[in-house]
Design a protein around this ligand. Structure first.
Ligand SMILES: [Cu+2]
Length: 323
């Protein structure tokens, strides 16, 4: 028998006949195959649509995405967690198996195996394979999320300022296009960004002062808005469902950062066209929303009280100042 690698065999090795060694080797091979099979089955279960994510509450990732991009990012996360768990279970299994199988049984030194080439090879190749697969799927999803088209169906310019939003409906892409209708948020009225379902939407973002961040949790995605000439652009293939979702500023931008809320209202394409026509006729966003049978004000959030009124103004310390 040719020893695998350089097995150091102490004098008191138990039953180390060639037949036993071959049997052990077969068992090891079978164990590896079982491990790989379990990992593969877990991934296959996911890829074939088994809704593991819902069962485990998205493994911490927000659920309820409303765009194809959001759902792809969600699936990537779920698949990554399952792959990590499969590897984790395999490694934990090996650890506990070793602890029990090779616990100390006496003073006798067990077989010392070094330079086991198949094992060394596996240790090197397996992590590279895992990283390569994760990298591949991440690159695919990232490319998809960042993809922008030449002619999106709808283009909205998002302008952030301390501490509210302006949404400009544009007649084309880029800074040279014209604004055909606009919605401006105020302290009293939360701005409602009306968008159609089933149409591609391009967001072109810019800021008037500091860095803000456009975040609608249901898009499972947020993008910073920068002052100056930078236009941060992203697109969604479509909004898959009608509904209203709160949007927020996700970049600390000053005193009233936490109050920079807005609402995205997804309506049918036909309603959207009527909304835009009403806006172009000169109606306010609230009037145009009423004209298409939608609630005129935001339904998911409300204007915040800045508490800058007479009642809570510190009159005592202000006594004697002015009138
Ligand atoms: Cu902000």
């Amino acid at each position: 028998m040719v020893a695998r690698g350089s097995e150091v065999q102490p004098s008191a090795v138990r039953h180390n006949t060639p037949q036993n060694a071959a049997r052990r080797s077969q068992r090891r091979g079978a164990g590896r195959l079982v491990g790989l099979g379990v990992g593969g089955a877990a991934l296959l279960a996911l890829l074939t649509g088994c809704d593991v994510g819902r069962t485990f509450h998205g493994f911490g990732w927000p659920q309820g995405g409303v765009t194809p991009e959001a759902n792809k990012m969600y699936s990537l996360w779920i698949a990554s967690v399952i792959a990590a768990l499969a590897v984790g279970v395999f490694v934990w299994g090996l650890i506990f198996w070793c602890i029990i199988r090779y616990r100390k049984r006496g003073e006798e030194l067990p077989v010392q195996t070094r330079f086991n080439m198949p094992m060394e090879f596996l240790y090197t190749i397996a992590p590279i394979l895992v990283v390569a697969v994760l990298f591949y799927y991440t690159a695919v999803v990232q490319t998809d999320v960042n993809r922008v088209s030449k002619n999106p169906d709808v283009t909205v310019e998002v302008v952030a300022f301390k501490w509210n939003w302006q949404f400009n409906y544009r007649d084309g892409v880029g800074p040279d296009a014209n604004t055909i209708a606009s919605t401006l948020g105020t302290t009293e009225v939360v701005p409602v960004l009306v968008l159609p379902t089933n149409r591609s939407i391009r967001f072109e973002e810019t800021s008037k002062d500091v860095i803000h961040s456009f975040w609608v949790p249901e898009l499972l995605f947020k993008r910073d808005l920068f002052p100056g000439k930078i236009r941060n652009v992203f697109e969604v293939e479509k909004l898959q469902t009608e509904g209203a979702w709160v949007g927020r500023c996700a970049e600390l931008c000053g005193t009233y950062h936490s109050m920079m809320n807005f609402e995205v209202r997804a309506v049918s394409p036909e309603k959207y066209d009527r909304f835009l026509a009403a806006k172009r006729e000169g109606k306010t966003t609230q009037e145009a929303l009423e004209a298409i049978g939608e609630p005129p004000l935001a339904t998911t959030t409300h204007p915040f009280d800045t508490r800058r009124d007479e009642q809570n103004f510190n009159k005592t310390s202000a006594a004697g100042v002015g009138n």
